[in-house]
Design a protein around this ligand. Structure first.
Ligand code: FAD
Length: 324
């Protein structure tokens, strides 16, 4: 038996969330005196696969076929299920990322497994099954789920588990399960990146701005702050509705849910629908000229004042600090 993890890559490179999933799986494996096997799909160099050993993976299954270069939901789910069956894995873990959200339920159905999607902490194993805490209602609540089925699928929320190194001897073997034509009846023909900026759902730092910025012409200072911090940019819903910023930047209940290490909210009031998408950020900094703005109630650090004065000063201060 083993714990199986599905490791996502972007153009052959593992994302931070991949190592989080491995660290999380290793912690569960230690609880169960088990080992961690990883399944990687797509073209990933051996040197990259070997990195998984640093986080506790003892065996890597490398499913590296030309037709799997792009993410194909059905085919990927079939491959992960086949790996789980081959390895007799009762626990399968993946990231609750954009593709993980599509894969996890399909995989649970294939394996007849109980599913915990949006997990945010380690499970505990009791006589009745596995208990696990997850986020619910767009991060406005937590739920504790009890999974009593033999097989379990866990989709871990990005940024909810620390990276933990655990040097382990790793073997890599190729894995080529039989796939059917149906597995490929929906395929991605092409992906054209809209931007080469940092991807918002994956970002560790997000600089976000709202209607307090008055108009799209004032976003240069937000982009400059984001650039010095190596951050992604985001915005509130009215800002994207007005066309000041692209919809891909809209965070909140009806937009993207983010959980970065640092979320800087500038000229955003902190309406409940906005907070639903950002409240699981590790540290929240709010800049708002209204000291009564609701965002301050959930802020770790707050600056009351005019964004047009504060943001350029903050950017200069960070630049100066970086030069030291
Ligand atoms: P405002 O509410 O207008 O706030 C602007 C803020 O900027 C104020 O707090 C003001 O004090 C401050 N400000 C003004 N000038 C300055 C200055 N010079 N310096 C510093 N601060 C300044 N919203 C989302 O964001 N995401 C969602 O997903 C979302 N989903 C929704 C779903 C539903 C069903 C509904 C009904 C609403 C939803 N909304 C969502 C909208 C939400 O209710 C708020 O209207 C919206 O978040 C407000 O955006 P805002 O904070 O940018 O603007």
């Amino acid at each position: 038996m083993a714990i199986l993890v599905y490791i996502e890559n972007i153009e052959g490179t593992f994302k931070k969330s991949a190592f989080e999933v491995v660290s999380y799986a290793k912690a569960i494996a230690d609880q169960l005196s088990d080992t961690v096997t990883a399944i990687s799909i797509g073209q990933v160099a051996e040197a990259e696969l070997t990195k998984l050993g640093q986080y506790g993976v003892s065996k890597v299954l490398d499913c590296n076929q030309e037709q799997l270069k792009q993410f194909v939901n059905k085919a990927y789910a079939s491959i992960i299920a086949a790996a789980a069956i081959q390895e007799h894995a009762n626990v399968v873990i993946l990231s609750n990322s954009f593709s993980g959200k599509g894969l996890a339920p399909r995989l649970a159905a294939k394996l007849q497994a109980g599913l915990a999607d949006g997990a945010i902490s380690l499970p505990s194993f009791t006589a009745n099954g596995m208990e696990i805490k997850k986020s619910a209602f767009s991060n406005k609540a937590f739920a504790t789920e009890l999974i009593s089925s033999d097989k379990k699928v866990i989709a871990l929320n990005p940024n909810s588990f620390e990276l933990v190194k655990s040097d382990t001897q790793t073997t890599i073997s190729s894995f080529s399960p039989n796939l059917s034509e149906q597995d490929f009846n929906v395929i991605v023909k092409d992906i054209v990146r809209a931007t080469d900026k940092i991807s918002l759902p994956e970002a560790e730092i997000v600089v976000s701005a709202g209607r307090g910025l008055k108009g799209p012409e004032n976003w240069a200072m937000i982009e400059e702050l984001a650039e010095v911090l190596g951050a992604a940019t985001a915005c509130s819903k009215p800002v994207s509705d007005a066309g000041w910023r692209p919809h891909s930047e809209h965070v909140g209940q009806t937009g993207i849910v983010v959980s970065p290490n640092l979320y800087i909210a500038i000229g955003i009031s902190g309406a409940i629908q906005h907070l639903a998408g950002v409240s699981s950020s590790k540290t929240i900094v709010v800049i708002n000229k209204d000291s009564e703005a609701p965002f301050f109630k959930v802020a770790d650090y707050g600056i009351v004042g005019d964004a047009f004065e504060i943001v350029p000063k903050l950017t200069q201060a960070i630049k100066a600090l970086k030069q030291q």
